[in-house]
Design a protein around this ligand. Structure first.
Ligand SMILES: [Zn+2]
Length: 229
């Protein structure tokens, strides 16, 4: 994986492409948060199992990712009950068996206190994709900080497509096959005192940072990176 530090995190080019904020609600497409519609496995590591965080309905024309034969729902997965999410995670999607396997190795971790742990699987919640507001586009330095405030600790914490809000650096991961990967979405965290209900009675908060999800359409791999806030 390569990391480029010389690319700006904000600027006029961040006005496009169009992005979406995922919130609890009924969408005409079958986007969901949590649930158990995919089986998640981790055979390499002795860690709490990763969780299915979100599935995006690829029939939705707003999801402008390359079309993949036989894949109609794109599963998004991560460690959420231990700090192993700080390392890059790579998941293999197996559409036939509806299984996601963590193929990267990560043996050092700290398991969260029982109070901070999430049920796994997460309760399934229907989500709606709402157009990003003007404030969600980091088109200059001032707007960048506004977008950060909305991404971390507020209602715009799940960003689907559109420009990513990079917290520290610009991530441009490369798949093991050598191809660059497509940015899918990113997840910051909710306000601890005022959660929006995507998980009943609990805020989505796994630590001070954000997760970034990428797809290699060739290998059917999802690469998950993170950045601290
Ligand atoms: Zn690949």
């Amino acid at each position: 994986m390569t990391r480029r530090h010389d690319v700006p995190r904000y600027g006029p080019r961040m006005a496009t492409p169009q992005g979406w904020i995922a919130k609890p609600g009924e969408d005409q497409f079958a986007h969901t948060f949590g649930g158990s519609s995919w089986d998640v496995s981790d055979e390499n590591n002795d860690l709490p199992k990763p969780a299915l965080v979100m599935t995006l309905d690829l029939n939705d024309p707003r999801i402008s990712l390359p079309k993949i034969d036989g894949l109609h729902l794109l599963p998004i997965c991560s460690h959420i009950n231990c700090d192993a999410w700080v390392k890059t995670q790579t998941y293999q999607i197996n559409p036939d068996s509806r299984r996601l396997s963590l193929v990267s190795e990560n043996d050092s971790f700290f398991q969260f206190d029982e109070m901070d742990r999430f049920p796994n699987p997460l309760p399934e919640t229907r989500i709606v994709l709402a157009q990003m507001d003007r404030e969600d586009y980091p088109i200059n330095e001032e707007m960048y900080w506004t977008a950060c405030d909305r991404f971390l600790g507020s209602s715009s914490f799940i960003r689907v497509l559109g420009p990513p809000v990079w917290l520290q650096w610009v991530d441009e991961p490369v798949c093991e096959c050598g191809l660059s990967v497509e940015y899918i979405c990113s997840i910051g965290y909710e306000n601890y005192q005022h959660p929006g209900g995507i998980i009943p009675g609990k805020p989505f908060f796994i630590g001070e940072g954000a997760l970034y999800f990428f797809l290699c359409p060739q290998c059917l791999k999802v690469v998950v990176t993170s950045q601290p806030s």
